[in-house]
Design a binder for this molecule. Structure first.
Ligand SMILES: [Fe+2]
Length: 189
């Protein structure tokens, strides 16, 4: 995907709806509010866009046969936020992971299944405990900020799933929003 430098921001070729989201999200993020509140407020901007037909280009809806696919839609040059579309074909999933920054996700198409975990430690060893299974249908929003943000996401449906993610970091530079990955708990596939 081509990109260019416009008004101090690295932008992909995006739809007017994403262009508008960049402007409104920037205004919220520049307030310098706490991460959880920032994620919540940016989530309110995403909700009305989810499921609308002109949010993404056809290319930004394309998946990859081997793994879920990330399309970087926008990365603010000061590193303060990025907007990404993730495309999941049926059965695709992430590792168990946490994140480099606050994040808000919204399901644009299909449905995503999420398992959340807590890392328990006795001072010598640690293990993951599943705490919650959540199903996120089209239109659902999830906002979070580290720590306590360990999860795995999968597309358990028979159709493609697409979600919009806004991160408080420069994903175009980092390549990923994942801070670290965790081994699967025993017995979990
Ligand atoms: Fe995640």
């Amino acid at each position: 995907m081509t990109s260019s430098l416009v008004s101090g921001a690295v932008v992909a070729r995006v739809t007017p709806a994403i262009d508008d989201l960049v402007v409104t999200a920037r205004e919220v993020i520049q307030r310098g509010l706490p991460p959880e509140l920032t994620a919540h407020l940016v989530g309110e901007l995403i909700v009305p866009l989810l499921g609308t037909p002109d949010l993404l280009t056809a290319e930004q809806c394309e998946g990859h046969p081997d793994r879920y696919r990330q399309h970087v839609l926008h990365a603010e040059t000061d590193g303060s936020f990025s907007i990404v579309a993730l495309v999941w074909l049926p059965g695709q999933r992430t590792t168990i992971h946490d994140h480099v920054s606050w994040c808000v996700t919204g399901v644009h198409q299909g449905q995503e299944s999420e398992r959340r975990y807590r890392l328990m430690t006795d001072g010598r060893t640690s293990r993951l405990i599943p705490t919650e299974d959540v199903t996120n249908p089209t239109g659902a929003i999830a906002a979070f900020a580290p720590p306590g943000d360990i999860h795995r996401v999968r597309n358990a449906c028979a159709t493609k799933a697409i979600s919009i993610h806004v991160y408080g970091a420069d994903i175009s530079r980092l390549g990923t929003s994942i801070r670290r990955t965790y081994r699967d708990p025993e017995g979990e596939q």
